[in-house]
Design a binder for this molecule. Structure first.
Ligand SMILES: C[S@@+](CC[C@H](N)C(=O)[O-])C[C@H]1O[C@@H](n2cnc3c(N)ncnc32)[C@H](O)[C@@H]1O
Length: 612
């Protein structure tokens, strides 16, 4: 037994209040195991954290309920029990019913419907299709809406029908795309609905109620409550069919076993009282010539270990023995007194009406389970009340024997207790087994998912490898282009340096302009001559230069070099150098031509300025 954990109980109250699911009557051991599984999956450290998680993630309720409401099921689950039910319960039940009367069946806790359709197949086989459609109603209920939806579809896969006899599959299922769907015309006789066994009202006038592998999830108190409802639900001679691990019912006064092994029970009418056992009349006595028999008989009677009292036919105390005196204080002093005046007539049990009944019916009655408190001791008694008849059959009196059954009662209690523990352990085992089956299925599907993911990863990996190879070769190509560029750049640098040296070595100012007259080159000598550094003039329009040279005068010269004809020319000019001294400058202008360029000044012009 698990101790109750207040945080866990608070979680159950929350589930009840927020979603109407009352799990408080479920066995704690299994329930806690299932909730703990969900907690591990969502990384909740304890019940309070899980409660917080549920408040923030409403989707978690569905996952939790799916985990708690174990829904393992199968067609003809426990085949042997179904065969027994058919032959020993349903056959006689149908025979005893008027030919046109309805047969009402309730499959409570039907999960995904296999049990309900099993019932439909069994009855259709017995009654024939037409009678089945006319007479049978199967109500199939569960608390789990998702399961009910599956059940309503009536469509099953290869795996679910694999243990069904092929003839039944042939007769009752339509096959399409690998799915097997239960016949629509018979499906109409099966009505699915949501019913919470803990909270909802039962269906009534039921002939056969199957509630298999569902009760075992509830604690004894809730089981008893549900059994009360089942008793109400069943018709007078209705039958209850439980799962093979469900045993506690054997203690219920509401049902009596028809076959305990197969867990088939009949409803007991409410006002049931166990019938009395009729004993044979005592053999006639005689003396056989022996003397002193009366005294011997009296002594034998007085010394009997059983407390005994004999009454006359008109209710007076005739004889009592020592054991009776020890037990109830009734002694020989009470002989001749009316029995009804003695406390014993109504304490510890009302005996007068049994005595009247014995006299009337002339048969022995037994009153069982009589509890008698003697000081601090409790004595359990069974009182046997028998009529005493004369040889002519007339009633002489009544004999009351008080059997002390305390020891056997105690043994029986111990036995029952041990039995209950055994049954509870068996139920626990069965529910653990079902949990394991579910877990196994879940693991199976996780393994399948992992296999798929693995395959996907494998192919992604291969793609990555190919991409990697392509990148490598692109990289190699880029590297070689880069190398070429580096070589070209260094050649260019060399050429530039060489050009720079040539220009610097010239004893004349040199300016190179592009076709738009923007200055591209300005050598050291030009800097010295006009006082402008190369950095200041590169990119400037040559004709806008503000230097001591009369630019306007050389404009035609430069234009001539740039024109289509590309003429070279020369001019002498008076100018002022950077120091402000008057100088004479010879300016020569030549078109700039690339090596493969045609005639004309398309590429610019070279202007050489030399002090004359
Ligand atoms: C293990 S299955 C049994 C299915 C089927 N009767 C069989 O024996 O194969 C138990 C079913 O009981 C249902 N159940 C659990 N608590 C319930 C409740 N309070 N009321 C109705 N059904 C409940 C679950 O949803 C689940 O479908």
């Amino acid at each position: 037994m698990h101790e109750t954990d207040p945080h866990f109980e608070a979680l159950l109250v929350y589930l009840k209040e927020s979603r109407g699911f009352d799990f408080t009557g479920y066995k704690r051991s299994s329930l806690m195991r299932r909730v703990n599984r969900r907690m591990t999956q969502v990384d909740a450290a304890g019940y309070p954290e899980y409660l917080d998680f549920l408040q923030v993630h409403p989707d978690e309720f569905t996952a939790l309920f799916n985990t708690i409401l174990i829904n393992v099921t199968a067609f003809f689950r426990d085949t042997d029990a179904w065969e027994y039910l058919r032959a020993e319960v349903l056959e006689p039940m149908i025979e005893a019913k008027p030919a046109d009367s309805m047969i009402r069946i309730w499959s409570a806790g039907c999960a995904s419907g296999q049990e309900a359709y099993t019932l439909a197949m069994v009855l259709a086989e017995m009654l024939g299709i037409e009678q089945f459609k006319d007479r049978v109603k199967i109500y199939a209920t569960d608390v789990d809406e998702e399961q009910l939806n599956e059940a309503r579809q009536a469509s099953y896969g290869e795996r679910e029908i694999q243990d069904l006899e092929p003839e039944l599959v042939e007769r009752y299922f339509e096959q399409l795309n690998g799915r097997y769907t239960f016949r629509k015309d018979l499906r109409r006789s099966v009505i699915f609905g949501r019913n919470d066994l803990v909270q909802d009202a039962p269906i009534s006038r039921i002939d056969l109620l199957t509630c298999r592998n569902t009760l075992m999830y509830f604690n004894a108190e809730t089981q008893a409550k549900i059994l009360g409802r089942f008793h109400f639900a069943l018709a007078e001679t209705g039958v209850l069919f439980l799962g093979k691990a469900e045993m506690l019912l054997s203690h219920s006064s509401l049902f009596t076993p028809i076959d305990l092994k197969r867990r088939v029970f009949r409803r007991v009418p409410r006002l049931y009282a166990p019938p009395g056992v009729v004993f044979a009349d005592p053999p006639p006595t005689g003396t056989g010539g022996v003397t002193g028999l009366d005294e011997l008989r009296n002594e034998a009677f007085a010394a009997s270990p059983l407390a005994q009292l004999v009454l006359t036919s008109d209710g007076l105390v005739a004889c009592s023995n020592r054991q009776l005196e020890k037990l109830f204080g009734v002694s020989s002093r009470d002989i001749g007194r009316p029995f009804r005046d003695l406390d014993l007539s109504y304490r510890p049990v009302e005996l007068r009406r049994y005595i009247e009944q014995t006299q009337l019916e002339r048969r022995t009655l037994r009153v069982t389970d009589v509890e008698y408190h003697r000081g601090t001791d409790v004595v359990h008694l069974m009182v046997q009340i028998s009529p005493l008849s004369g040889a002519d059959g007339s009633l002489l009196g009544v004999n009351l024997i008080f059997h002390d059954v305390t020891a056997s009662r105690r043994l029986q209690d111990d036995l029952e207790h041990a039995n209950q523990q055994l049954e509870a352990a068996y139920e626990e085992l069965q529910s653990t087994n079902e949990e394991l089956e579910t877990t196994n299925e879940e693991l199976q599907s996780t393994v399948e998912e992992l296999e798929t993911t693995n395959e996907e990863l494998q192919s992604t990996n291969e793609e990555l490898e190919t991409m990697n190879e392509e990148l490598q070769s692109t990289n190699d190509e880029l590297q070689s282009i880069n190398d070429q560029l580096r070589v070209s750049t260094s050649r260019l640098d060399e050429a530039n340096a060489f050009l720079e040296t040539v220009l610097t070595s010239l004893q004349a100012g040199v300016a190179v302009v592009d076709p738009d007259l923007r200055i591209r080159m300005w050598n050291r000598h030009a800097e010295d001559l006009w006082g402008l550094r190369s950095g200041e003039v590169i990119g400037q329009h040559f004709l806008n230069l503000d230097i001591g040279l009369p630019i306007d005068r050389i404009r035609p010269l430069v234009r001539g070099a740039l024109d289509a004809g590309g003429r070279s020319g020369e001019i002498r000019l008076d100018a002022v150098n950077r120091r402000g001294r008057a100088i004479t400058v010879r300016v020569a202008c030549t078109p700039l031509r690339s090596r493969d360029g045609g005639p004309g000044g398309g590429d610019g012009a070279i202007i050489v300025m030399e002090t004359a």
